[in-house]
Design a protein around this ligand. Structure first.
Ligand code: 5AD
Ligand code: FES
Length: 384
């Protein structure tokens, strides 16, 4: 790899942030890699070869693993994902459960079904439940608050994470007061013009950012995130994502490859890659040593070893599916999603074995983000 890239990685490791231009350069190094595969590479061609980009990726992964090791050891946290509804008022161009997809068979789980998923998950060792769904008005504040309250009463030692999209500040506040601990809302892209290419005009970048700020101010542990390789994404927009993450300082960050869904406007777009996703996971780990970083189902979908690769690149969370088998196939955000035919217990044990196979251990505590006090012990000083 060239000296400049090595120096950027070194700086990221010691200072935990880069400038926007430096992030762009570091990402460009990986994105420009296909140039190496061109048959006629000229001597003036300064773009990195595939081998050089792989070297940079390996160095980043090594450093990110070491950092994750210091903060979280070889523990991998599990979150039980319950997909409560695939009814959505939005029409995001990339998403398989978008309103305009009339092939999508719609469902919503009853309160009873959701509580049963949690009870089953509890038996399997889950101590965090993630209730995720489309933006479905049926899940009113009243209903969600009742559900959260009931889950907390049934399982007082568990954390409840919500992932229900954009809502008003008052709504977020009520659900927090009812006991919700964490909220996942991917920002999708930190570039407003790019955001507008992924979403219809009814959706607003500013409102999404407003939601994230409100969630943070209310006191949730907040997760943002984005898809890797989404249409119109560039090294520049990814650099903006990293700058946003470095400034917003999320507790959690969900990133996974974009995967086309056949019944969306992006059906013919190429999927994101495992390599770039892992590269970004490593960078994010170095920006925020303590961040809770899932190795996502989408990563496991584009590569049979994807989730293992994500952990080895610096991730420390996996989110097996706890939804009832009867609905799993219907929560299809992208084509060929894995784990849609497996029982919750199967997924739980499958992931445990996968983690063991690479020397990591699934642990069953709540897995809260490590606090600032702990982070000092690993020498993490934001403004060093
Ligand atoms: N490919 C990959 N990820 C997707 N998501 C939605 N559609 C797709 C897709 N086609 C992601 C979005 C959303 C999260 C719940 O799933 O980032 O925030
Ligand atoms: Fe679901 Fe492996 S995690 S089958």
């Amino acid at each position: 790899m060239d000296e400049r890239t090595a120096a950027l990685i070194e700086k990221l490791e010691t200072r935990h942030f880069l400038t926007l231009a430096e992030y762009e350069s570091l990402i460009g190094y990986m994105i420009e890699k296909p140039a190496s595969d061109r048959a006629k590479r000229t001597s003036e061609d300064e773009s990195p070869t595939g081998h050089q980009a792989d070297e940079a990726a390996a160095l980043l992964a090594e450093k990110a693993s070491a950092v994750r090791q210091r903060v979280y050891g070889r523990d991998v946290y599990i979150r039980g994902l319950i997909e409560i509804s695939n009814i959505c008022k939005n029409d995001c161009y990339y998403c398989g459960i978008r309103r305009s997809n009339h092939f999508c068979e719609r469902y919503r789980l009853s309160e009873q079904e959701i509580l049963e998923c949690c009870a089953q998950g509890y038996e399997l060792g889950f101590r965090t439940f993630v209730l995720q769904g489309g933006e479905d008005a049926h899940f009113s504040d009243e209903l969600v608050c009742r559900l959260v309250g009931q889950i907390k009463r049934n399982h007082p030692d568990c954390a409840v994470t919500l992932s229900l999209g954009e809502r008003s500040r008052e709504s977020y506040q009520r659900m927090f007061d009812a006991g919700a601990d964490r909220y996942l809302l991917r920002h999708e892209t930190a570039d407003k013009a790019h955001y507008e290419k992924l979403h219809p005009p009814q959706m607003s970048f500013d409102n999404r950012m407003r939601c994230l700020r409100d969630l943070r101010e209310i006191g949730y542990q907040v997760g943002c995130g984005f898809m890797v390789g989404s249409p119109y994404q560039t090294a520049r927009t990814l650099a903006e994502d990293l700058k946003f993450i470095d400034e917003f300082h999320p507790d959690m960050c969900g990133i996974g490859p974009f995967i086309p869904h056949q019944a969306t406007p992006f059906a013919k777009e190429p999927a994101g890659t495992v390599e770039l996703t892992c590269y970004l996971l490593s960078i994010i780990r170095l920006i925020h040593p303590n961040v809770l970083l899932p190795s996502t189902t989408a990563l496991g979908t584009i590569d049979p070893q994807g989730r293992e690769k994500g952990i080895l690149a610096g991730a420390n969370v996996v989110m097996p599916n706890l939804s009832p088998i009867s609905v799993r196939k219907k929560y299809e955000l992208y084509d060929n999603k894995i784990c849609t035919g497996d029982e919750s217990a199967q997924c739980r044990h499958c992931l445990e074995q996968r983690m063991e196979s690479i020397g990591y251990h699934v642990v069953t505590d709540r897995g809260d983000v490590r606090g600032w006090e702990d982070s000092k012990q690993v020498g993490y000083e934001r403004n060093a």
